[in-house]
Design a protein around this ligand. Structure first.
Ligand code: MN
Length: 407
């Protein structure tokens, strides 16, 4: 653990060992920055003084150009920023630039522009719970689930940054005892997920091997895959999620580099049956991330924590997801988003969606303002948090992924 000359409070998500990338606006337009303590370092300014490699990509309005440069450029840039911010370095002060802003004083924007967004379904607990509720008479886990990381193509145009209001979607639903109706969803839900953001990508027709995934995964963000369960339940057969999901997907504003997460990478779960050769990987591809979901009504100042869980038990890993997604030769481009699927543990308080936490709306959640919830109401704010923390290692946090429901 190296200290920075920028103050980093104990327990901060953003010590020198993290240095996540984001896009902010301090009044000079969209710029790339890294978070450090309570500040953001303006990489446009630093690059302007010739202090960074790959300056042109770092002076762009989003991360896509930088993501396209690949792993050695990411490593070199991270090393240089670490040097500049490490205790003892005075290069930034010596250049006399106005490169540090309080994060609370800048506007944060979507850090990357996803051309494609894919959502997986990789938690065995979540897939089992949903199977029990959606298909009560069948085996909860469908026959393909342990053989491939099930996923679907989501909607990239509605990926929004944390803090963006979420408009309650309208849709078509089917009451149990009558014909279909249209109107606002009555079952607005969250999905607690973690996503990865891609780097250079591949040529059309050339799959990415699972062992090369590290060259193509730049970093990770928190994802809230908002879901309208009543719309989803009626529309999803036989082709999968559509309008019940495509109205909004929120990501946290800081992309945590995979390089910062290496100390927290752990072996993936034992897989039975053994996956096919193209899904076999070397090395540790699990990530030990602690996750929690906060929910506040419009009258509450601080959210109640309604779920706590961990990412390290996910059945399918990022490397396997990427290998599977490209096995048919499809193209991955810089800045694509691949979300894990809802992260649920095995106990009721560890589920990553309201449909599981309330078991399909059967059991309500008591909030500290005295109200109850099954699904979200207008004015509710959901806050996802994630962090890695082990004794003797620096805390690597993801910050917050927040959204408020509006009518
Ligand atoms: Mn999802």
């Amino acid at each position: 653990m190296t200290a920075s000359w920028v103050e980093v409070a104990a327990g901060s998500d953003f010590p020198l060992d993290n240095l996540p990338y984001g896009v902010f606006d301090s009044g000079k337009g969209h710029r790339i920055g890294v978070a450090i303590g309570d500040h953001v370092l303006d990489l446009y300014e630093v690059a302007d003084r010739g202090l960074l490699p790959h300056g042109a990509a770092l002076q762009d309005v989003d991360l896509n150009g930088f993501l396209a440069l690949g792993r050695s450029a990411w490593h070199e840039t991270r090393g240089r920023i670490t040097e500049l911010l490490a205790e003892g370095s005075t290069k930034i002060q010596d250049a006399g630039m106005d490169a540090l802003h309080f994060r609370s004083e800048v506007e944060l924007h979507l850090p990357f522009s996803p051309g494609d967004y894919v959502d997986f379904y990789s938690s065995v607990e979540h897939a089992t719970n949903l199977g029990r509720m959606f298909r009560p008479d069948a085996e909860p886990l469908l026959p393909n689930w342990r053989h491939l990381p099930v996923g679907y193509h989501g909607r990239a145009s509605t990926v929004v940054v944390s803090g963006t209001d979420i408009r309650r979607p309208h849709g078509q639903t089917k009451p149990t005892d009558g014909p279909p109706v249209e109107g606002p969803t009555k079952a607005l839900d969250i999905e607690l997920e973690v996503g990865f953001v891609t780097g250079p990508g591949n040529a059309l027709g050339v799959p990415i091997h699972a062992d090369d995934a590290g060259d193509h995964i730049f970093g990770m963000v928190l994802v809230n895959d908002w879901s309208a369960r009543d719309i989803q339940r009626w529309e999803y057969v036989p082709l999968g999620p559509f309008l019940g999901k495509s109205f909004a997907t929120t990501v946290s504003p800081w992309v945590v580099p995979l390089e910062a997460l290496v100390p927290y990478m752990v072996p993936g779960p034992t897989q039975d049956p053994k996956p096919l050769p193209y899904l076999r990987t070397e090395g540790d591809w699990g990530v030990d991330i602690q996750l929690e979901v906060g929910l506040a009504s419009a009258s509450m100042d601080t959210p109640d924590v309604i779920s706590r869980t961990s990412f390290d038990g996910m059945y399918w890993t990022m490397a396997q997801q990427l290998a599977h997604a490209t096995f048919n030769g499809t193209r991955i481009r810089p800045g694509d988003l691949y979300a894990s699927g809802t992260v649920s543990g095995s106990e009721p308080g560890t589920y990553g969606s309201l449909i599981e936490l309330t078991w399909g709306g059967r059991d309500s959640i008591d909030l500290s303002d005295g109200s109850q919830r099954t699904y979200l109401e207008d004015g509710d704010t959901v806050t996802l948090r994630g962090w890695c923390q082990h004794e003797g290692l620096p805390r690597i946090g993801f910050g917050e992924c927040v959204g408020t429901i509006v009518p």
